[in-house]
Design a binder for this molecule. Structure first.
Ligand SMILES: *[C@@H]1O[C@H](CO)[C@@H](O)[C@H](O)[C@H]1NC(C)=O
Ligand SMILES: *[C@@H]1O[C@H](CO)[C@@H](O)[C@H](O)[C@H]1NC(C)=O
Ligand SMILES: *[C@@H]1O[C@H](CO)[C@@H](O)[C@H](O)[C@H]1NC(C)=O
Ligand SMILES: *[C@@H]1O[C@H](CO)[C@@H](O)[C@H](O)[C@H]1NC(C)=O
Ligand SMILES: *[C@@H]1O[C@H](CO)[C@@H](O)[C@H](O)[C@H]1NC(C)=O
Ligand SMILES: *[C@@H]1O[C@H](CO)[C@@H](O)[C@H](O)[C@H]1NC(C)=O
Ligand SMILES: *[C@@H]1O[C@H](CO)[C@@H](O)[C@H](O)[C@H]1NC(C)=O
Ligand SMILES: *[C@@H]1O[C@H](CO)[C@@H](O)[C@H](O)[C@H]1NC(C)=O
Ligand SMILES: *[C@@H]1O[C@H](CO)[C@@H](O)[C@H](O)[C@H]1NC(C)=O
Ligand SMILES: *[C@@H]1O[C@H](CO)[C@@H](O)[C@H](O)[C@H]1NC(C)=O
Ligand SMILES: *[C@@H]1O[C@H](CO)[C@@H](O)[C@H](O)[C@H]1NC(C)=O
Ligand SMILES: *[C@@H]1O[C@H](CO)[C@@H](O)[C@H](O)[C@H]1NC(C)=O
Length: 700
């Protein structure tokens, strides 16, 4: 019986599965006809089960039929190209159309108006004409990506809520609107726009106005004279600034990536308007050759930008071999400064054959320059290495001179200078294998200049030294960092828990843990040298006390140098009392360790000292003012609390006053619910209400 039920379920499961899987999903006849043609042209005649090759969803008209929602086609079975004369407007429910290479859907753009659910359009090529005047882009449009476009685009094409419109390559026939009309509905959704510009394409002169929220603009300037039909054209102008543009990338296309051939190219004087295209710009890229030397020799000044993190990347790039001496021409000027940047800029200049001595690097905190083949002395003084996390990568250039000593002080991973013509490097690099900072490539430099002095890997730190005199007095609360200077000790310590590198090859930082008496920490360095660093903890000082003269009297002592790692030993009139471990109490930005004792002995004048790990404080005299403190809680406590002074101490007149003279005097008042600082008169003042307050804080 059980077996039967079991089999029945198996039947049900597989039966249902088979049915669903095997069911023919019908789509409305008009979709069916067009879809089968689509599939036949791109895949072959046997691909005629529509919903197997295209994505379908149930129609909601009660017919039980399906409707096509995604068309994602690429050519298979050796088919090289497919010319689809198909009316896409029958696919009323389609949300995504993706057409791969070799598929030419001539009526696609004219169908867009009817595709009221379309949100993603991703096609390789569109090179047919369409009627822009009757185009109404779907309100659902989200993302448009076209690899190759050869048509005359009208303004309606841009009138959609898409946040992303990317057209990478312009084919002959590409035309862009020359401007957006005043009545153009501003597209506030568009954040990223990528457009090609080619001979005859034109460029809208007011896109800053039409796309108010645009964040990212990529231009592909097709200035390569690939064939004789090339005609010169104007570089785009931007009559309206952008409000929100943060990233601008200008990519000159004059290199055939398939054939690996560079071509002659048109070039333009660097347009001044590019500099003020947006005040919010924080990334600016120019890739390949296209701008030529400015006639006026004027420099590129980006210092007006608002950003505090500007990225400027200028590169000779693809056509570096074709015209190396022209690459980055626009920043090759003779007067200084050629290039001015806002603070904290990242600058990257690759494949630029530049004399960099005219560039102002003061605000550059991250610099990359590779493949600059101009022989020149590295202009050390132009740089400001003294910036947080400074980074410099100057591998594979032809810099001569001396590797600057400043490189020793940069973080590991933040400097690379191999494959240059430097004749010497600072001794600190004996703490790193040459393999690390950029070896030498015999194709680039003939002699490995480092070989004589430095090993290829590993480290010996030949000139290791540390200065043994350092301020070795530490606080007991664990807040001290002792600085130990040295030279050529490398970039790291092997036990970085307490001893860390502050600035490589310059100083170490010893993070002193909580403790008493004295202590030491040790570490090994990259050359396996082992070093021990001793320190002593500070002398304890009692600076004030609080006394609660109630049925259950309590005493609280404040000061510095108390033990934070165990009970404190306090001597009161010759008798040793155990106080609690100190805790940090923060008041007005100051930190006071406090210790507490229940059951204060009888009397009104006490001599008190504290012994912390053998470091004994000076004696302090506590006076309890007998006219006060009788009641347990008083809200009008003002200064009626007991008073103690350290100045009349027997045996020591310097206690208290010396340690408290710098504290701000703040006698407690009736409104002051918190403990006051010791006054400069060295009176140790007690306020009952403030004591209670501390007590609550401590107990809490
Ligand atoms: C459902 O599909 C079938 C087969 O294609 C078709 O004959 C029928 O007209 C369709 N019904 C609707 C409402 O589209
Ligand atoms: C398909 O599109 C038609 C016409 O726009 C619409 O009435 C219908 O609700 C859509 N069906 C689905 C499943 O989206
Ligand atoms: C496309 O939309 C237009 C106007 O709404 C309509 O006249 C036409 O019939 C639609 N085409 C298709 C194939 O549904
Ligand atoms: C589109 O490009 C293909 C491939 O180059 C070409 O065969 C076709 O004629 C072009 N179509 C138009 C309308 O120019
Ligand atoms: C674009 O800039 C305007 C004006 O500064 C601002 O109101 C808007 O929020 C910005 N849009 C985006 C997407 O940052
Ligand atoms: C940029 O500055 C130039 C010269 O100062 C000016 O002529 C131009 O109108 C400005 N362009 C924009 C977009 O602000
Ligand atoms: C630089 O650009 C200007 C303006 O397009 C042009 O007249 C000039 O010939 C170009 N110079 C070079 C060396 O290409
Ligand atoms: C190697 O060390 C010697 C002696 O200190 C020095 O003169 C020479 O410049 C160094 N060579 C390099 C490449 O650093
Ligand atoms: C550090 O302390 C240890 C033991 O306390 C002592 O042997 C050593 O000489 C001290 N080192 C220095 C540099 O003072
Ligand atoms: C207090 O005295 C005890 C017993 O002699 C000792 O173990 C402890 O280390 C002392 N505490 C401090 C902070 O010196
Ligand atoms: C006790 O304190 C009160 C109020 O601060 C003060 O007036 C009085 O002189 C003090 N008495 C002694 C003995 O210090
Ligand atoms: C502190 O006072 C005690 C007696 O109460 C005395 O034995 C000790 O020598 C004094 N210490 C100093 C440093 O004066």
């Amino acid at each position: 019986m059980n077996k039967l039920i079991y089999l029945y379920f198996i039947y049900l499961f597989f039966g249902c599965f088979y049915q669903v899987n095997g069911q023919i999903k019908n789509v409305p006849p008009n979709q069916e006809v067009q879809a089968i043609e689509l599939l036949a042209l791109t895949k072959g005649p046997s691909y005629n089960v529509v919903c197997t090759w295209l994505t379908c969803a149930p129609l909601n008209d009660g017919s039980g039929n399906y409707t096509i929602t995604i068309i994602d086609l690429s050519l298979v079975n050796g088919i090289k190209s497919a010319f689809l004369d198909i009316d896409f407007s029958v696919f009323v429910n389609v949300t995504k159309i993706k057409l791969g290479q070799g598929i030419y859907a001539s009526k696609l753009f004219d169908s867009l108006t009817n595709l009221t659910s379309l949100s993603i359009l991703e096609i390789d090529t569109f090179n047919s004409t369409y009627t822009d005047s009757s185009l109404v882009m779907p309100k659902t449009m989200y993302q448009i990506t076209i690899n190759n476009l050869g048509t005359k685009l009208g303004v309606n094409f841009f009138n959609s809520p898409a946040y992303w419109v990317a057209i990478y390559n312009g084919l002959p026939g590409l035309e862009l609107p020359s401007s957006f009309p005043p009545n153009f509905v501003l597209n506030e959704k568009l954040l990223t726009l990528q457009l090609p510009v080619r001979p005859g394409s034109g460029f809208p002169n007011n896109i800053g106005e039409a796309f108010k929220n645009l964040n990212v603009l990529f231009l592909y300037i097709q200035n390569g004279k690939f064939d004789s039909s090339y005609t010169d054209f104007n570089f785009p102008t931007f009559s309206q600034p952008f409000y929100n543009l943060t990233k601008l990338s200008i990519n000159f296309i004059n290199f055939d990536r398939n054939l690996n051939i560079p071509y002659p190219y048109q070039s333009w004087t660097f347009p001044n308007g590019l500099l003020n295209i947006s005040r919010n710009l924080n990334e600016f890229y120019i890739i390949n050759n296209g701008f030529n030397k400015s006639n006026t020799n004027s420099y590129l000044d980006f210092s007006f930008l608002k950003t505090d993190n500007f990225v400027l990347s200028l590169g000779g790039g693809d056509n570096r071999y074709y015209s190396p001496l022209e690459s980055c021409d626009y920043i090759r000027c003779t007067t200084k400064p050629c290039l001015v940047l806002p603070p904290n800029s990242k600058l990257s200049l690759n494949w630029c054959y530049l004399n960099i001595s005219t560039i102002d690097f003061r605000n550059v905190s991250h610099f990359t320059m590779n493949q600059n083949k101009l022989y020149q002395v590295f202009p050390v003084d132009s740089f400001n290495f003294n910036q947080e996390n400074y980074y410099i990568d100057i591998r594979n250039n032809n810099f001569s001179g001396v590797v600057p000593q400043d490189f020793c002080y940069l973080k590991i991973g933040n400097f690379y200078f191999g494959n240059n013509d430097f004749t010497s490097a600072p001794t600190c690099f004996s703490c790193l294998g040459t393999g690390y900072f950029g070896n030498f490539d015999p194709n680039i430099v003939s002699v490995n200049p480092w070989a004589a002095n430095f090993t290829n890997s590993g480290s010996n730190c030949n000139s290791f030294s540390l200065i043994n005199q350092y301020n070795n007095v530490a606080k007991t609360d664990g807040s001290s960092i002792i600085t130990i200077y040295g030279k050529d000790f490398g970039w790291y310590t092997k036990d970085p828990l307490y001893i860390r590198v502050g600035v490589p090859n310059k100083y170490l930082e010893l993070y002193v843990p909580r403790g008493i008496g004295s202590g030491s920490q040790s570490t090994e360095f990259s050359n396996n040298k082992f070093e021990v660093f001793n320190y002593t903890y500070e002398q304890p000082v009692i600076s004030s006390f609080y006394y609660n003269n109630s049925d259950n009297p309590q005493l609280l002592i404040r000061g510095t140098g108390f033990s934070f790692i165990g009970n404190n030993n306090v001597t009161i009139d010759g008798t040793l009392y155990t106080f609690s471990q100190a805790i940090s109490y923060i008041h007005n930005g100051s930190i006071y360790p406090t210790v507490r004792l229940n059951n204060f002995p009888n009397g009104n004048k006490f001599t008190v000292s504290i012994n912390v790990g053998g470091n004994i404080s000076k004696n302090v005299t506590f006076f309890l003012n007998s006219t006060s403190g009788g009641g347990s809680t008083t809200s009008d406590s003002s200064t009626t609390g007991s008073t103690a002074t350290g100045s009349t101490t027997t045996g020591s007149t310097t206690t208290g006053s010396t340690t408290t003279s710098n504290s701000s005097p703040s006698p407690s008042t009736s409104n002051d619910n918190s403990p006051d600082h010791p006054s400069s008169s060295s009176n140790l003042i007690v306020s009952i209400s403030s004591f209670l307050c501390i007590l609550i804080l401590i107990l809490y």
